[in-house]
Write a protein that binds this ligand. Structure first.
Ligand code: FES
Length: 116
C-alpha cells in the first residue's frame, strides 16, 4: 500500500494500492477533488501539487505539460487523474479546495429573494 497525505487545515492520510491514480485514490477515500471530465485529462480541474514523494508517481505525460505548462515539473504540479502510484512510498499532495457550486447557487438565490 502507498500512503497519500492530503495537506491542508485538516490533514488526512489515505492508503491506496499501487497502480491507481491520485484522483481515484482520493475519490475512493471520499476526499474532495474537482473534476468535470471524469479523469480523461481534458478539464485540468484535478490539478494538485505534489510536495513530497514525486518519485513514487508515474512521470509527467505530455497532456499534463499542455495543461499545466513546463513549470509543472519544477513546482510539482500534476493532474491527479494522470499521476499513478508506482509503489508503496509516501506521497504528500496539496489539493485545491473544491467549491460547493450548489451551496453558492442556493445562497445567491436566497439573496435575490430577499431583495424582492
Ligand atoms: S479529472 Fe479532468 S483533467 Fe483530470
Amino acid at each position: 500500500m502507498a500512503t497519500i497525505t492530503v495537506a491542508g487545515p485538516v490533514e488526512r492520510t489515505i492508503e491506496a494500492q499501487p497502480g491507481i491514480s491520485l484522483l481515484r485514490a482520493l475519490q475512493d477515500a471520499g476526499s474532495p477533488i474537482a473534476t468535470s471530465c471524469g479523469g480523461v485529462a481534458t478539464c485540468a480541474l484535478c490539478r494538485v501539487t505534489v510536495t513530497h514523494g514525486r518519485e513514487h508517481l508515474t512521470p509527467l505525460v505530455d497532456t499534463e505539460i499542455n495543461h499545466l505548462g513546463t513549470i509543472a515539473k519544477i513546482v510539482g504540479l500534476r493532474l491527479a487523474c494522470q499521476a499513478k502510484l508506482t509503489g508503496t512510498g509516501d506521497v504528500r499532495v496539496e489539493v485545491p479546495e473544491v467549491e460547493d457550486v450548489a451551496a453558492r447557487k442556493a445562497a445567491k438565490a436566497a439573496r435575490l429573494r430577499q431583495r424582492r
